[in-house]
Design a protein around this ligand. Sequence first.
Ligand code: CTP
Ligand code: CA
Length: 226
Amino acid sequence: YFQRQKERCLEGKKVLITAGPTREKLDPVRYISNFSSGKMGYSLAEAAASLGADVTLISGPVHLHTPVNVRMIQVESAAEMLDETLKHFDNVDIAIMTAAVADYRPIDVASKKLKKKDANLSIQLERTEDILYELGKRKKHQYLVGFAAETDQLEENAKKKLYKKNADCIIANDVLEPGAGFGTDTNVVTLFKRSGEKIPFPKMEKTDLSYRIFEQINKEIREEND
Ligand code: CTP
Ligand code: CA
């Protein structure tokens, strides 16, 4: 651990990370969201800061402490998260999208609390902005990392996201696997690079995994500059 800390391999680098879920309002007291705990993103932010990076963390609502030496921006909805992310993207070297952004939001947001009426209720939803996709379109010098939460056909789905969103790598986890995914302190992931290289990591603490991920990103950035 001390060894890792000593190595300030991200000194001078600016890192942008999104984390946690988003909340999409239905009325003043209700929202649509998901089970994301934010642990992976916060852990990456903490690792990046301790490796010497200038870190900005854009987070949806979670129950975690802000890591030290991290610039924190709290948001609620996908639209707010996109706004804040775009404000910072031009100025960063590495952008990592770990947030579990809600894919849909209610089309109408009621200004007053909805009252219950019939036995069934249908709510019309519309797609939210895809933040990673938007960054992929705007990408210049940045190294762009996406995550992929999958329950099946991990490799195929992860590679689709890699190319569709113009990311430089995708870190995929099988959310149904024990010790992986939402809410856990450990994760089991495979990293897919654009070169076709595929790096499976064994089950490990999200803290340790964060350092291993930056090791890979650093390798990629150095190769690009060679
Ligand atoms: N993502 C994003 N904005 C969204 C949805 C996803 O930035 N509106 C990002 C996530 O932060 C992650 C990657 O895209 O880095 C993949 O997210 P995921 O939910 O696995 O994929 P989707 O493209 O949303 O596809 P689906 O949920 O249908 O599998
Ligand atoms: Ca999604």
